[in-house]
Design a protein around this ligand. Structure first.
Ligand code: XBP
Ligand code: MG
Length: 236
């Protein structure tokens, strides 16, 4: 029996990466006087590493070797990332990051049927909350029993920790939940916690195979915009 739906945020509830997080990172770099610019293409490669602070560290290590490392690297990254979070919050508040198809319908139907809701994201909690407040409804943070985000667990996706945390918070067994995700890292995290997972691919993740997903579709669909099954079966 299905008792709960657990949603990823970035790429799943909304297309946040290309025109949201990426733009916010670039604005933060400009504010900090850095001549870095993450193009749409480069950002696709950087998405390999989930988590904004982790992504900046990865970029420093892999793509910016001539950069003179600041003495307190972690703190420097955290400060730069805090500026990025402010820019992302502003972008969310401007209403520029709409929900993906079918997300509102699924959330509302789940609520009506007493199916419990939760969020599991590597993104900072401020980002997830600002996004859903503006894209879903001002009271939508209360729709979710658990909003598990960012540094609440030490190991981010693809580690299963954020999903384990949600299961523990809600006192649920993995068999009674279904996860909606969009990325290989998210799928690894969810299946690592023993959770059945539906993948809704997006512009950055459509190129990957998702062999462990219960179902892979292009989006959650609307009556006038039905989804296409890419792999798996629509069961009952
Ligand atoms: C989302 C992410 C996040 C965002 C940036 O991964 O990787 O890092 O790109 O958010 P997922 P922060 O959808 O798998 O949770 O900068 O707040 O970390
Ligand atoms: Mg995602």
């Amino acid at each position: 029996e299905l008792k709960a739906l657990i949603f990823d945020v970035d790429g799943t509830i909304a297309e946040t990466e290309r025109d949201g997080h990426r733009v916010a990172f670039n604005r933060a770099f400009a504010d900090a006087g850095l001549e870095w610019h993450w193009t749409v293409e480069l950002y696709g490669q950087l998405l390999e590493v989930a988590g904004g602070k982790e992504r900046i560290a990865f970029y420093l290590q892999e793509y910016q070797p001539p950069f003179r490392e600041p003495e307190d690297r972690d703190r420097w990254i955290a400060e730069l990332h805090a500026i990025k979070t402010e820019h992302f919050r502003a972008l969310s508040a401007s209403g520029q990051i709409p929900l993906r198809p079918g997300v509102r319908r699924l959330l509302e139907e789940a609520k009506q049927q007493g199916i419990r809701l939760a969020i599991a994201t590597t993104s900072a909690p401020e980002n997830a909350i600002a996004l859903i407040e503006h894209a879903i409804a001002p009271d939508s943070p209360q729709w979710f029993e658990a909003i598990a985000a960012g540094d609440i667990v030490e190991r981010k996706k693809p580690a299963p920790d954020i999903y384990d945390y949600v299961l523990e918070q809600m006192d649920l067994a993995p068999e009674s939940c279904l996860v909606i995700e969009d990325s290989p890292q998210g799928l690894t995290a969810a299946t690592g916690a023993g959770l059945n997972t539906v993948i809704t691919v997006n512009n950055y993740t459509a190129r990957y195979p998702f062999p462990k997903a219960a179902l892979t579709i292009d989006h959650l669909g609307e009556p006038d915009n039905p989804f296409t099954v890419l792999a798996g079966e629509v069961g009952n």
